[in-house]
Structures are given as structure tokens and as C-alpha cells.
Design a protein around this ligand. Structure first.
Ligand code: NAD
Length: 367
């Protein structure tokens, strides 16, 4: 007797994977489950047109599995465009592990995750993202070669976050030049939201240049630490989006530019490290454009990390990493100009360039 027949009334109208709002013709979505280690992970492979799908692994306590699935779909898609616009021969992929990185991450869980990555035979290559450290990638490396962001002592390029921060700083300076006429950040009021691995390194660059930096984070201890180390002010209010500032740098999680915040924002420039800052790319990108707020596309200016890990695959050194990352300044300026000339959003201008490269490669391959 069949006992687990689903009542048609209970079937969700939206199909579980292909019907998700964030689904954008992803090539493959892999669900990983291991009872013994407690691993529950999803690997999203958006595109392998330009090369293997490379993107970090995020460990996060999602409210539910839909949230995790949507995150991995959005993040992996973003990686496709990030690598394409940066000129790297990489596709787009990302992984999420459902759980609390502080309490549920174990060496066994990381190695089991590595086995799943290995089972994809190099189609997906992992690295670190939120909730991951270089040491975690070293554990993954014990079971698969398809991992980057491993320790320098083990032949890797090390923690990508400082380079990511440097690229964001370059993109922010370019956006400032476009908006304010000069790329000088001295005395500019910059709010850095999220002072983790990338946020802290960004704060350092900004403080060194004499910017007036305000930091916000949900982690009080981090706030005290970063504030006392660099002399940045701590944000004590309860609505960062209503504060007056020159530059808003989202460096925590994505979708902070959404229906609730997009009309409140007083910043003139948005430039930060977080992936997927626009909750709805078309809608919120257009509102920012209308409001005259210059948005430096996230996937363009936060590419320093992928440039850094790509060095492990292509064997280029620190100098080339820095050169490629500094080029984010030029690309950002070009994209902001292109958006203005074509009366499109900055996000769209960046997407168009990335898509052109992907389509050209497809055409080449089909010859
Ligand atoms: P992290 O985990 O080290 O830091 C994130 C910080 O944000 C933490 O301090 C956390 O407490 C804080 N935070 C979380 N929710 C918050 C909230 N609602 N308000 C304020 N602060 C909050 O992560 P990271 O490696 O610094 O990455 C930051 C962002 O940049 C992520 O979106 C990540 O995907 C993106 N990114 C990182 C890299 C990289 O090289 N690490 C590369 C590209 C993009």
C-alpha cells in the first residue's frame, strides 16, 4: 500500500527548483545530505560556459531550506557574471551548507562536503565564503583537489578577503570619481555595514585615506575590536538606511537594497563587498538610477577574491593579482559611463558586458 501519496492540494504552485524566482537556467543543482556528520548542503552550478564553476561555500543558519536554495541559486548566478566581467576563464558556482558555522562546523563535516565536491569531477571548484576560513578549505583539500583559497603554506594563495577588500576600495574610488569628480575619499562619510573578513580590511584602506568611517555589525565584540584598532566610529542607531552619508558599503549579506530601504537611502554612492546587494536587480537598480545614487555593481567590484583564488589554478603571482584587482577601478568607470550613455542601470551595463563574453564563447564553441 502506498502511504506517502502527496495530496495534490499540498503541492506548492511554485515548482521546488526550476520554478524558483532565483532559478535562471542553472545547469545543475546538487543536494548533499550526510546523516553521520549532519551535513546538509546545496551546490549550485549556474554556468560552465567559460570554464569550471568556481565559487565559495557559505555556511549559514538559514530560516528554512527555501532560503538556502534561493541563496545558492542567486550566488552561483552572480559568480558567472563576476568571472565573465573580470575576464577569467571560469563559470559560476557556489555552495551553501545549512547550519551554524560557530557550533556545527566540524572537520568531519567539511571533509564530507569535500567528497561531494569531488564527486563533481572538477565541474565545481569551491573556496571560502561567509562562515568559512582558510583552514576549512585545507580540510576540503585533504579529500579533493577541486578547492581553492587554501593556506599559503599548503601552496594556496591564502585568504582572499584582503584582496576582495582592495578591489572594493578600487571600485569605490572609481564610483567617487564619477559622482564627486575626484576619487579622493578623504573626509567622505562612509558607512561600512558588516566588518568581517572583508569589511575590516576595507575599513583599514578607508581610514588610511582619511575617510570618516562608521562601522555597523550585529557582532558587538567585532565592533569594539575594529573601532579601537582603526579609530572608526561605531553606529549606535537602529536604521542605518536613514542616516546621512556619502557612501554606503554593504559588506554583510545580500539584498539590503530592497523595497524597505531603497527610497530611504541618503548615500550618493553604493559600493560594497556583499554579493547580490539588490533584492530585485531590475526594479531596485532602476530606482537607484532615478534617485541619482551611483551603484557600483557588486559582482564587478568584489571580484578581488576570485582573482586571488584563480591565481592558484593559473599559477600567477601576487603582482598579477594586484594588477588585475587594480583594474577594477578602470572597469568600474567604464561601466558607469556606459550606463549613462545608454540610459540603463549600472547593474544592467555590467551584465551586458558579461553576457557578451559568454555568448561569444558559446558561438566559438559551436563552430
Ligand atoms: P564574514 O562572515 O567574515 O563577515 C560578515 C560580517 O557581517 C560579520 O561580521 C557579521 O557579524 C556581519 N553581519 C551579518 N549580518 C549583519 C547585519 N544584518 N548587519 C550588520 N552586520 C551583519 O564575511 P566576509 O568574508 O567578510 O564577506 C562579506 C560579504 O562579502 C559576503 O556577502 C560575501 O559573500 C561577500 N564576498 C566576500 C568575499 C571574500 O573574499 N571573503 C569575496 C566576494 C564577496
Amino acid at each position: 500500500m502506498i502511504t506517502d501519496v502527496i495530496n495534490p492540494k499540498d503541492i506548492k504552485k511554485v515548482d521546488p527548483v526550476f520554478g524558483q524566482l532565483s532559478f535562471d537556467n542553472h545547469e545543475q543543482v546538487v543536494f548533499c545530505n550526510d546523516k553521520d556528520t549532519g551535513l546538509k548542503a546545496i551546490i549550485g552550478i549556474h554556468s560552465t560556459v567559460l570554464g569550471p564553476a568556481l565559487g565559495g561555500t557559505r555556511m549559514w543558519q538559514y530560516n528554512n531550506e527555501w532560503e538556502a536554495l534561493n541563496d545558492v541559486l542567486r550566488l552561483s548566478r552572480g559568480m558567472t557574471f563576476k568571472s565573465a566581467i573580470t575576464g577569467l576563464n571560469l563559470g559560476g558556482g557556489k555552495a551553501v551548507i545549512i547550519g551554524d558555522a560557530k557550533t556545527q562546523k566540524t572537520p568531519e563535516l567539511m571533509k564530507k562536503f569535500g567528497e561531494y565536491v569531488h564527486s563533481l569531477s572538477g565541474k565545481y571548484i569551491t573556496a571560502e565564503d561567509v562562515g568559512m576560513e582558510t583552514a576549512d578549505m585545507d580540510l576540503v583539500r585533504e579529500v579533493t583537489p577541486y578547492v581553492t583559497g587554501i593556506s599559503e603554506s599548503k601552496g594556496g594563495a591564502g585568504n582572499p578577503s584582503p584582496i576582495t577588500a582592495y578591489g572594493v576600495y578600487m571600485g569605490m574610488k572609481a564610483a567617487a570619481k564619477y559622482k564627486f569628480g575626484a576619487d579622493i575619499l578623504e573626509d567622505k562619510k562612509v558607512f561600512v555595514q558588516g566588518i568581517g573578513h572583508v569589511g575590516e580590511a576595507l575599513v583599514e584602506h578607508l581610514v588610511n585615506e582619511g575617510a570618516n568611517v562608521v562601522v555597523a555589525d550585529i557582532n558587538e565584540a567585532r565592533l569594539e575590536e575594529v573601532s579601537s584598532k582603526y579609530g572608526a566610529s561605531i553606529y549606535t542607531g537602529n536604521d542605518i538606511y536613514s542616516e546621512s552619508m556619502d557612501i554606503y558599503a554593504p559588506c554583510a549579506l545580500g539584498a539590503t537594497i530592497n523595497d524597505d530601504t531603497v527610497y530611504k537611502l541618503k548615500a550618493q554612492v553604493i559600493a560594497g563587498a556583499a554579493n547580490n546587494q539588490l533584492a530585485e536587480e531590475i526594479k531596485h537598480g532602476a530606482i537607484l538610477q532615478k534617485r541619482g545614487i551611483v551603484y557600483a555593481p557588486d559582482f564587478l567590484i568584489n571580484a578581488g577574491g576570485i582573482i586571488n583564488v584563480y591565481a592558484e589554478l593559473e599559477n600567477y603571482g601576487k603582482q598579477e593579482i594586484i594588477r588585475k584587482t587594480e583594474n577594477i577601478y578602470n572597469t568600474t568607470l567604464q561601466i558607469l559611463e556606459k550606463a549613462k550613455d545608454n540610459h540603463i542601470t549600472t547593474h544592467q551595463a555590467a551584465l551586458d558586458i558579461a553576457n557578451e563574453r559568454i555568448e561569444a564563447r558559446k558561438k566559438e564553441a559551436s563552430k
